[in-house]
Design a protein around this ligand. Structure first.
Ligand code: FES
Length: 107
């Protein structure tokens, strides 16, 4: 299966977020306990940018209505929706994080 790769330097600290926009796709990179996780950056409830919310441990909290998502699984844990957010595979090598998008995920 073909992949598209987004590469950037891994320079976040634990608890920090980064929003990435790539060809119309909104992605959220979160660092939790030394590991990087990549999910959609749009809340599944109202298409609000989750990067404007707060990361608490492995939970990102939507700034609009407070939905809480687990960035490690994309699962919605509480709030006005139960719809998960999508997660993306990553590869980490020295100083660089690569996000792997399947061909149908890039626009
Ligand atoms: S827009 Fe995120 S919980 Fe409503």
């Amino acid at each position: 299966m073909s992949h598209q790769r987004i590469v950037f330097s891994e320079d976040l600290q634990d608890g920090e977020l980064r929003a990435i926009e790539h060809e119309g796709l909104h992605l959220l990179v979160s660092r939790v306990a030394g590991q990087y996780f990549v999910t959609d950056n749009l809340c599944s409830h109202g298409r609000v940018l989750l990067s404007k919310g707060k990361l608490r441990g492995k939970h990102i909290i939507c700034p609009l209505h407070g939905a809480r998502f687990d960035v490690t699984t994309g699962q919605c844990l509480s709030g006005p929706t139960q719809q998960p957010i999508k997660t993306y595979a990553t590869e980490l090598s020295v100083g660089e994080l690569t996000i792997l998008l399947q061909a149908d995920e890039s626009r």
